[in-house]
Ligand binder design. Sequence first.
Ligand code: HEC
Ligand code: HEC
Length: 372
Amino acid sequence: MRRLSMVRLSAVALTVLAVACTGEIVDPSGDAAKAAAAAFKSDVEPTLTAKCGVCHTGTAFPQFMRPDPTLREGVLKFDGGKLLNLDDPQQSRLAVYASSQAHAMVGTNYQPAEAAKVVAWAELEALAAGKMPAPTIESPIITPVVGENTIDLGALGLTGTTFKFDYQPLATGMYLSRISVTAGSGGVRLTHPLFVVWDGNNPVPDPIDRFGDIDLTVAEMTTSSVGGGTAVFVDVPPTAPLSLYFKAATFANGMPPSTDGGTTGGGCKAVAQFTAVVRGPLTASCTSCHAGGNGGATAATDMTKLADDAQQMAACAQILSRVSKLTPDQSALFVAAQPNSGLNHPFKFPSDTEFQAFKSAILPWITAEAAP
Ligand code: HEC
Ligand code: HEC
């Protein structure tokens, strides 16, 4: 059995995980806790001390770096344990929030590889707390080429099922669009796809885990987008190999096909604000193509419901899936029409000033959607 942790943890940790795989009960005071403490010391503490301590030890900002009695325990206990998610370590606030745009505006963020180490530590803490990490299923690794790329999921027993995306390099990262799954016979159900960028032998999972809420079922011989179908990864080598981890990858087994790319967890929270501040700018610049006038545009991002007062919830959900709530500047909704973003898109704002005006009109709505 492969687990996410196994591919990126130390030999000590691997032994502990191997024990866990056999189903033995993990003693919280035993090897797992020792491995977690060691991982914190070597992989997490140096980054926290160097990048975070100046604000999070003795200022009026959240003081999660106060030792209690050790730094590790202080971090674990802070505010009722809210910084680590032991049920889903990838979603730990200590990793995700310090990778978000909101935090970058007030503090210093991790590099993706540093966030990956925090998640790896959180996985060990989960094990030490007696939780069994869900097995992770890994796709083959590919080196993306400009244009269409295919990851064959036949290796996972899903013969004929492929995961596709278009790839364009950015100056400091990658732009993925038209992310989709085509199911072979028997259909497919994929949950929680996680993009992993390989830096040499080190897997660096998407630090904001943007497809964490995807539970996608695709009927055989059909194709569906994955969530909103786009993702921008920054601060990763633009030509690095890529793979995917899944929480589950099975045949459809009678599950009905998903709508909306398999996004779960509800649609928009701020529909009235969407209508008030987003509808206007989209109508002014985008709906000439995206509300049916251009088939390719409407298929890529559907704005056909935008004009209909009775369908604002659906109109909002369609746009929300093109937005990165944690890193708004990386949203496809912005990058597509941004001058000089490096992306091909039939419409670009004529000047950066006009693009910035479009963005600042829409940002308050994204902030409202991102609020906990
Ligand atoms: C220049 C100061 C500064 C630095 C450096 C800084 N932060 Fe922050 N951080 C803040 C402020 C201010 C807040 C509270 C405001 C907010 O939530 O956006 C915050 C909030 C947080 C929170 C949310 C805490 C909570 O109670 O919800 C986390 C987690 C966090 N920071 C992690 C980090 C990590 C990890 C680093 C280092 C990689 C770091 N911060 C570096 C200023 C900073
Ligand atoms: C002149 C026609 C036109 C206009 C105006 C236009 N688009 Fe598009 N847009 C397209 C087409 C065509 C595609 C599909 C491109 C493709 O399939 O590669 C597209 C794709 C997109 C995508 C999906 C990007 C991707 O990589 O999959 C987004 C998001 C988008 N447009 C946003 C916008 C926004 C926001 C505006 C207004 C500011 C806008 N578009 C205005 C024609 C247009």
